[in-house]
Design a protein around this ligand. Structure first.
Ligand code: HEM
Length: 415
């Protein structure tokens, strides 16, 4: 029998669910496995040393939104972050954004929840919040606590970025296995932010295009290739500690990390006319199996030193996997959490589709920027993609208990 519990069930069957929720909470934080965190109730633990939605087994759907703060009041901002935390805590458990918002609301009141997720289970919803570089300007008294590497990304060769879909003071990444649940979360957080924040841009994504845990089948991107084979996985504790989590800054940011988002349009029609050999040479991997060229299994190491009889490298020098590989980048790893997107067509009969690329790193300057710079200059993939946006956010550390809120450590440090 399914253990899934809808928001409606949460209200009417409150006592039955109380045990399930208490059980999920009791699982604890950093020490438990991803499988435990994503319990059979499809509830991901909201609390922990790091925010949910980073190493969480990647859900199928994304709604990502960036906001500009339109109030100049530090208090408004802190209040909103507290309200967002409380709402997100509830929605992650499969509850309504505001308690009783469907049952107890009067005819003359505006419902405190928009309602479209009322009958749906939590669907492994995670809501992750980030702070953009511009949040640390003079407006809110936060400048002294700006993370060292929180700077707008440089222009990379070939970038065709658009300001209106780049950057932002704040971001919310909502991931869930049901698109309606992810959209509901962002919609309701945006709704209560009226007067304090405005949505700057947002992006929907589907078919999670990165594996973030071991043992799951690697998903495929819209070029038809397995994506995430060599990704950092939730189980790679040493790699996470060294390359993904910010440590030892002796500041509010310890336990946090940086999120980089890039909307990468795929020139689908060009790609679809390329022969298989060309497609596989672009990534340095076989299309069907995902195995590196010259290897057998998807998870075999890239044979970077192997050549054919003519002396040509089996994995071409300009292949995406080779150029991005930690082996070729002084051991640097990034955690990828990308989603496919299709936003209709572009008016010229071409699909407006691609990869909404999300990378999580402890050091943009040491890890992301050098790799992206190299890819921008040398990647064969550049013939088939266009980088359309560029954003960076600092993700604060996780929430330790029911009273904690996003930004608490930041606001305390700058009080
Ligand atoms: C539309 C754009 C992109 C597509 C379609 C794409 C696709 C892929 C594919 C199919 C792989 C091989 C399988 C795997 O190990 O996951 C891969 C690997 C990788 N990609 Fe991308 N990628 C894109 C953009 C980027 C960008 C912008 C970066 C970073 C700046 C990046 C970083 C990596 C890394 C680090 C690897 C792992 C390499 C390894 O260790 O073997 N990718 N990508």
């Amino acid at each position: 029998m399914s253990q899934r519990v809808s928001r409606r069930g949460f209200i009417t069957g409150a006592s039955a669910l109380a045990g399930a929720v208490a059980g999920a909470a009791a699982i604890g934080t950093s020490a438990c496995s991803t499988e435990e965190k994503q319990s059979k109730d499809h509830v991901v633990d909201f609390h922990g040393a790091h925010q949910a939605g980073i190493t969480t087994k990647q859900q199928d759907r994304l709604h990502f939104a960036a906001f500009d703060v339109i109030s100049d009041s530090r208090e408004d901002l802190a209040d909103l972050l507290q309200t967002w935390t409380e709402m997100a805590r509830r929605m992650s458990k499969g509850e309504l954004a505001e308690p009783g918002a469907m049952e107890e609301v009067g005819q003359a009141s505006v419902p405190g929840d928009s309602g479209e997720a009322y009958d749906l289970p939590a669907s492994n919803l995670t809501i992750t919040v980030g702070f953009g570089p511009s949040l640390f300007d003079q407006r809110f008294g936060l400048a002294s606590a700006k993370p060292k590497e929180l700077k707008d990304l440089p222009h990379f060769a070939g970038d065709m970025t658009r300001a209106e879909i780049s950057r932002g003071d704040l971001c919310i990444q909502a991931c869930a296995d049901d698109p309606q649940v992810a959209v509901h979360a962002v919609r309701n957080l945006a709704r209560v932010g009226t007067g304090v924040v405005e949505v700057r841009w947002s992006q929907l994504g589907f078919g999670h295009a990165s594996a973030t845990t071991k043992g799951q089948q690697t998903p495929r991107n819209l070029f038809g290739f397995k994506d995430g084979t060599n990704n950092v996985k939730a189980e790679d504790q040493d790699v996470l500690d060294q390359y993904i989590w910010v440590n030892n800054t002796n500041s509010w940011f310890d336990g946090g990390t940086y999120l980089i988002a890039r909307r990468i349009r795929m020139l689908i029609e060009n790609w679809d006319r390329q022969v298989l050999r060309e497609q596989e040479a672009t990534f340095g991997r076989e299309k069907r199996t995902g195995a590196p060229l010259g290897a057998e299994d998807e998870f075999d190491a890239l044979p970077l030193d192997a050549s054919d009889e003519q002396g040509n490298p089996l994995v071409p020098l300009d292949a995406h996997s080779r150029l991005a590989s930690p082996v070729e980048n002084s051991g640097h790893h990034m955690l990828r959490r990308a989603y496919n997107f299709t936003d209709g067509s572009d008016g010229f009969g071409h699909l407006d589709a691609g990869l909404f690329f999300i990378a999580i790193v402890a050091s943009p300057e040491k890890t992301f920027i050098p790799i992206q710079s190299k890819l921008a200059k040398k990647d064969k993939l550049n013939e088939y993609v266009r980088y359309e946006s560029s954003s960076i956010f600092a993700l604060p550390p996780g929430l330790k208990d029911e009273n904690d809120w996003w930004g608490r450590t930041l606001f305390e440090q700058t009080a």
